[in-house]
Design a protein around this ligand. Sequence first.
Ligand SMILES: [Fe+2]
Ligand SMILES: [Fe+2]
Length: 339
Amino acid sequence: MSTEILAGHDRADRERTADRERTADRERTADRERTADRERTADRERTADRERTAERLLRSTAARSYDPDLDIDWSAPLVAGKAFMPEHRCSLYGTALWEKLSPEQRLELGKHEAASVAGVGIWLEFMLLRMLAKLAYQGDPASRHIQYALAEMADECRHSTMFARMIERIGTPVYGPPQHIKTLGSVLPELARGPAMWGAILIGEEITDRFQREMVGDESIQPLMRMVNRIHIMEEARHIGFARAELMRSAETMSRAALPAHQLLLARTGFIVSRSLINPQVYRSAGLDPRMARRVALANPHHQRTIRFGGEKVMAFLAEAGLVGGPGMPLWRRSFLLG
Ligand SMILES: [Fe+2]
Ligand SMILES: [Fe+2]
């Protein structure tokens, strides 16, 4: 073959290769555009979905909200002999130590344990308020989503005041988590975002909600406690719906690489909340040594079951969302929240 013919073949080859590269390049660009389009559509759908949820919750807030200042008769006397929480939910119930307590001591301990749970509720609401404020600060105030976040903040302000007045009325100290946990909790609203943030909110809201639901229909419980719980349950249903929907939406956009960090932060929150519910100082009200009674409570299968009962619904939801697992498992197991 002559040199000219060979050079002609080479040129044709090069042109065909360049052509193939141009086509591949065009296809890659088109692919990228299609993916970006799909992401934009999914984003728009998520925003529309979020706005619909917020609209529905705002309507519910307008129709069903309570003002504990007016809706609770704070001057009504406490009923002598009625309990402040069900006996079988007391942390020492079923132990030899419990058997040694008189009915009066059991009643008094139940009152202080109920106050401890309410005190932890206030602490959790303070953290939630900061997380909602962060969300509102970063969002569009004209959106229904942010307007609902503001409505929820208003609910939580009323709740914390209501719990504080309840504690004042029953005459116990304001218990809460120990100082080092409070310090740790003060960074949670800064650290947590996405599924870990919404999951932490749900752990705080759903565990206390479960205990409160059990009490509203129980005639043996003080009317004041039942009324406070009734108001809280009704408004909390919206908050739980909001946080669950937000968790699902944020989980859709979370990267696989971020999952272990979310699992660990959530497990840490679950462990801290479960251990903070009963402040060991409550045992002084029954004349018991806090350290010794705390040890008995943590080893008490009834108490462990009570914690599991409190977490039953939220744990099922978090597990379904893939957030219970990985590096969080040792903490979940120690928390008694796992079924
Ligand atoms: Fe609340
Ligand atoms: Fe709430």
